[in-house]
Design a protein around this ligand. Structure first.
Ligand code: ZN
Length: 499
């Protein structure tokens, strides 16, 4: 084999893997959007086979020989090829340890579990989801050993979502947030609460759909490369840098829910659409980590989307969509309402200030679940008592409690902390961005393209070409420091509530 042939083989392998991944994504998207309710079984069979085939294709001796050969000829490869080989070797090391039958069984399990989770949530019945969750936890503990047996299982899982992050790091991070933010939440509880009742008038879904189109336009999302669908739980899915799908969920009694879901998922989409096109069909395509992804989505959702400058710029248009519902409401009232801070039950509807406490609760539960300290059957009780302790709220049922998120049904344990980390990365990126460009002047004029250009240059374009920590450092202008995030929140809420 010579280097040229090896590169051709690598390209062929990666394009085939892209095809399998695309087929899996298309089935997933179909299941979540338009497929009839009782059709999960067939997709489960197909997904199991696809997972098995892609596993066979990748985790074989031939792939190992190819990657070893390219690894030995580093000096003849460019930066991108070297990085591809490095990442594929890492994946190979991990995947080749998972037996093919376990891998297929797991793919079927997550498909079934997500279907059962939907039913369990609908009927608020944890007991039907419990046996599936038990299997998912057991699988993940086992997989953690395959990923890195030198680490504690939960550390190994965390590392899969945000390389370099472990429990020690997160305990510190969350302690900083707790120490700085609890006094602010307490101080707000002593102040008169903001009136946001007008956000909960009747907002017909058909008008909200048109409003979503407007928001996507403001964000600069090219509709020829990004569509919007409707699902129970909003998400973003990318097939390539040229084909990204976002979804939202319309609640006719709430304007802000879908509005900020669209901006959040739109932020994920801008990241995917901004990745260098040359990286498509390789393992370097797409966002680099969950934490960095959330730093982008939450940047658009909160730092931009809930800023005074942005809200005031788009408000006249918002009022055109909903003149009756917003009759007598001015831009300042609207800005305050969409930033109302109040401890609540649902993570995705939480305000910017109390949000990270929802994440901490899930982190504490996952920590105990994966270490074996907490049994699956005891999740509801622990969940409810942590909500009381951290947020002071009573959980009425599991639908509004431990069944609210889809993550565990998809086998994602260790994902949640990336939401809080991402928010914190974003605040530090803002501080760095403000040094380089006039962030707010442009936004006041109703345009965010300068923000997207900056983020594209510092984050998006790289795809997986660099490690997450390098990208974070690059965009933050230095080592990550969570105090930027707490300072940002303290200052924003001090002024909002006159603390
Ligand atoms: Zn997100």
């Amino acid at each position: 084999m010579n280097v040229t042939t090896a590169i051709e083989k690598l390209n062929e392998l990666e394009t085939k893997m892209y095809a399998y991944a695309s087929a899996e994504s298309a089935l997933y998207l179909d299941g979540a959007t338009v497929a009839p309710k009782d059709t999960a079984e067939g997709r489960g069979v197909a997904l199991g086979i696809l997972a098995g085939e892609s596993h066979k294709l990748f985790a074989c001796e031939e792939t190992k020989a190819l990657l070893d050969f390219l690894g030995e000829n580093k000096q003849e490869l460019d930066e991108k090829l070297n990085r591809r080989v490095e990442l594929l070797k890492r994946d190979y090391g991990m995947l080749s340890k998972i037996p093919a039958d376990e891998y297929m069984e797991y793919a079927r399990l997550t498909n079934d579990a997500s279907d059962i989770w939907h039913r369990a949530k609908e009927t608020s019945d944890f007991s039907i989801f419990e046996p599936y969750l038990e299997k998912l936890v057991a699988f993940n503990i086992k997989f953690a050993g395959y990923y890195d047996s030198s680490k504690l299982p939960y550390d190994a899982l965390l590392n899969e979502y945000e390389r370099g992050v472990d429990m020690k790091y997160l305990d510190n991070f969350f302690n900083t947030l707790r120490n700085k933010l609890v006094p602010v939440i307490k101080a707000i509880s002593q102040k008169p609460q903001i009136d946001d009742s007008f956000l909960h008038k009747h907002y017909p879904a058909e008008v909200q759909r048109k409003f979503s189109d407007y928001l996507m336009e403001v964000m600069g999302l090219d509709r020829n490369h990004c569509t919007i669908g409707e699902t129970e739980h909003p998400f973003t899915l990318n097939f390539s840098s040229q084909d990204v799908r976002i979804t939202t969920n319309y609640d006719e009694n709430s304007l802000a829910d879908s509005m900020y879901s669209v901006i959040h998922e739109g932020g994920h989409a801008l990241y995917e659409l901004g990745v260098d096109r040359e990286l498509d069909y390789t393992c370097l395509a797409g966002g680099v980590s969950m934490g960095v992804h959330e730093s982008q989505s939450r940047f658009y959702e909160n730092i931009v989307g809930r800023s005074e400058a942005f809200v005031k710029a788009i408000y006249p248009k918002v009022k055109e969509f909903f003149p009756e519902q917003l009759n007598g409401v001015d831009a300042d009232m609207f800005y305050k309402a969409i930033n109302k801070a109040q401890p609540s039950l649902i993570r995705t509807e939480a305000d910017e200030l109390t949000y990270c406490f929802h994440v901490m609760i899930r982190y504490e539960i996952e920590k105990q679940l994966i270490s074996g300290e907490l049994a699956v059957k005891d999740i509801p009780e622990t969940w409810n008592s942590l909500y009381k302790e951290y947020l002071g709220v009573d959980v009425p049922d599991d639908k509004h409690g431990c069944l609210q998120d889809s993550h565990w049904s998809g086998g994602s344990f260790g994902y949640f902390p990336s939401y809080a980390l991402g928010s914190a990365y974003g605040a530090q990126m803002l501080a760095n961005m403000e040094k380089e460009i006039d962030v707010w002047g442009g936004i006041e004029n109703g345009s965010i393209s300068h923000v997207t250009e900056w983020l594209k240059d510092k984050v998006h374009k790289y795809g997986c070409l660099k490690e997450p920590s390098e990208i974070v450092k690059n965009a933050c202008g230095g080592e990550f420091d969570p105090n930027y995030y707490t300072d940002y929140l303290v200052s924003k809420y001090t002024s909002l509530y006159n603390l």
